[in-house]
Design a binder for this molecule. Sequence first.
Ligand code: TYD
Ligand code: MG
Length: 461
Amino acid sequence: MSKTKVTHACQLCGAQFPKWSGQCSACGEWNSLVEEVIQSAASARYQGYAAGDPKMTRMASIALEADATRLATGLKELDRVLGGGLVIGSVVLIGGDPGIGKSTVLLQTLCHLSQSVNVLYVTGEESLQQVTLRARRLGLPEEHLLLLADTDVERILKLAQTERPKVLVVDSIQTMHTALLQSAPGAVGQVRESAAQLVKFAKQTQTALFLVGHVTKEGTLAGPRVLEHMVDTVLYFEGEQDSQYRLIRAVKNRFGAVNELGIFAMTDKGLREISNPSAIFLSRYKDPVPGSVIMAAKEGTRPLLVEVQALVDRSYMANPRRVCVGLDSQRLSMLLAVLNRHGGIATHDQDVFVNAVGGVRLTETGADLALLLAVLSSLRHRPMPTTMMTFGEVGLAGEIRPVQSGQERLREASKHGFKVAIIPHANAPKHPIGDMTILPAESLQQAIEHFTQCEEKSTTY
Ligand code: TYD
Ligand code: MG
């Protein structure tokens, strides 16, 4: 171990120091020094196969294996976020708050996969008894699952080298440590170096590797963020801990669509996939409620109906509050300004709270119109008819801009019984969709007019 040469490098300016200190004396940044390996000791570091001379390959001569290289994980929603199954030899990082269900989903997946291929579950957090207890309670097929409780990367790789699992899970990367560095497990340097060795092994041996990473609220602290560029796929758990629903979003995927959402429910039998996700985000009321608007969102490859709620209330503060849950608060401020300038509706003396129901996070601009109509509905205390939905982007000039996959969104809404849609003019379908009435809008002014008319004859729809 003493042969290993380590340095402390500033993550901002790259300056190197033999000793750690709180401030980088080159650029003045605080807490930016991270322990790194300069020269790997022949003894400890995973060497893989002999490197040999570099060799070029003609692209035409590279054979691709067909889709057989994907494994079904046993959870269709997880297959969906992975882009259609787990690719052999790919490295997947699963991030999320502690206790959200990362270990559970991987245990379910591995037990399923263990029936057809060799798998190894490495746990650095829980004891073998705890993992087994959970598997038994969930009634998972456990006969072929191999477990290892260890946190030493070199030892884990030594075992993996001989056992050659097809799928390897490391839970979690923050508990792993390599003998190359002196810092404690969980330190940025340790996390990165341990991951680098595991990834190298996975690529050289065509092993599918799952790395579990905890994220803190800020998403920074030695978290999986530093690993995102090393792996093929990054999945993040979303959703509130106290809600039953869990969403897995692909934020990076070399083998599928990004922003794809997988939707699960946490039950006493582990994670269950939700096959009709639109239904869970709609909190349907018997009577129409002011401030509630349904929109058709498109997350990844699938349209999804989501309820956007707003509460607008007289503010008694110098700076009225703008609070967003599941939506972008910068965007809200911008949209309220557009509403004022182009719709003539002022909210500068109002507190505005908006929420996307069910813990879903809406990242697309298609939520703009829904957000503004929800604000308007709450401000006027007039509900939107329950059979009405919307989507569309709002520009700074007060124009309503089209969003992608308009038809698909409308079809999803029609399937769930919606009859009226306020949508961007450019998204209006050429052929009727179900028995839906389309109210196309080119400007915010027009959208507000449509909305006002619908409020008035809300009983007719
Ligand atoms: P876990 O997978 O251990 O979280 P992570 O690995 O992301 O830290 O999930 C644990 C949580 O899930 C815990 O709060 C209990 C809950 N849970 C259930 O509700 N039902 C179940 O069947 C299981 C296994 C866990
Ligand atoms: Mg865990």
